[in-house]
Design a protein around this ligand. Structure first.
Ligand code: NAI
Length: 252
């Protein structure tokens, strides 16, 4: 089987993805800041908001890995700098540092969000973050008014755009990258979303028959990691129980 790295594997969507791809025959490498209650495959502890910690992780990981699922993320209730560091800067850094160790033809999947799909309205802010380093995050957030829940939306907007921009970056080696954008999924993060977004989120939730579960998202990530998705490249796959069409496109 393939060797696949899953970050955020200690909880929620990451845990479900690690378990699913293992059942499908993959050799799983789980990464998280917290040790999982039930380890799937081999576990590496790392803080993906910290450059030195990512450097140690990349040095320790084996070469020839066939896929990377970037699922670790912080919710909008956490400090803005931490959200941008984990969800965007750390994710991009881990990915670019790891590419030389990936096998040719590898697939990278980034967990974005429905919260990032309004990226076109924030393109200038997103473009300004293109070369953002860990140390510059606090000043960047301050300069761009990225505070509170905006940090979460911004991190996911920039992630979707970065995924599209890099569709050909590793073309010579056949490495492709895509993102998945879930609507509200019932994980420990869900109550943070509802808390931060308040009444609007409650209303939006009513447009769906039910919230998602981690098992609604894991198969989509697993598919994008697989060879069956070889011609899906540099795009974003909404997986949201119909919420995008309703809430963001106003198609009733
Ligand atoms: P979760 O809280 O259950 O899992 C997130 C995992 O990321 C945790 O195990 C946590 O320890 C890990 N993590 C956080 N900071 C880290 C760091 N600095 N270094 C290493 N690991 C770290 O949340 P969930 O819902 O499974 O979220 C997974 C991804 O899906 C996130 O990127 C989230 O933004 C995204 N997402 C979640 C939605 C939801 O409604 N639950 C909706 C849309 C996107």
């Amino acid at each position: 089987g393939k060797t696949l790295i899953v970050t955020g594997a200690a909880s929620g969507i990451g845990a479900a993805t690690a378990a699913l791809v293992q059942r499908q025959g993959a050799n799983v490498i789980s990464v998280d800041i917290n040790p999982p209650r039930q380890v799937v495959g081999t576990f590496f502890q790392a803080d993906l908001s910290d450059q030195a910690s990512i450097d140690r992780l990349v040095a320790a990981l084996p070469a020839g890995v066939h896929g990377l699922a970037n699922i670790a993320g912080l919710p909008p209730t956490r400090p803005a700098e931490a959200v941008v560091a984990v969800n965007l800067v750390g994710l991009k850094y881990l990915t670019t540092q790891l590419v030389p160790k990936l096998a040719d033809g590898a697939s990278i999947v980034n967990l974005a969000s429905l919260a990032g799909m309004g990226w076109a309205d924030a393109k200038a802010q997103v473009d300004a973050s293109a070369n953002l380093d860990f140390g510059d995050v606090p000043a960047f957030c301050k300069a761009h008014g990225i505070e509170g829940p905006r940090s979460y939306f911004f991190s996911k907007e920039a992630l979707i755009v970065w995924t599209m921009q890099n569709r050909w970056t590793w073309r010579a080696r056949g490495i492709r990258m895509n993102s998945v954008s879930p609507g509200p999924v019932d994980t420990p993060i869900l109550k943070d979303f509802l808390e931060t977004l308040g009444a609007r989120a409650e209303e939006d939730m009513k447009t769906m028959d039910r919230p998602g579960t981690p098992d609604d998202i894991a198969p989509v990530v697993a598919f994008l990691l697989s060879d069956g998705a070889a011609w899906i490249r540099g795009t974003n796959v909404p997986t949201d129980g119909g919420m995008f069409s309703n809430v963001m496109c106003q198609i009733n």
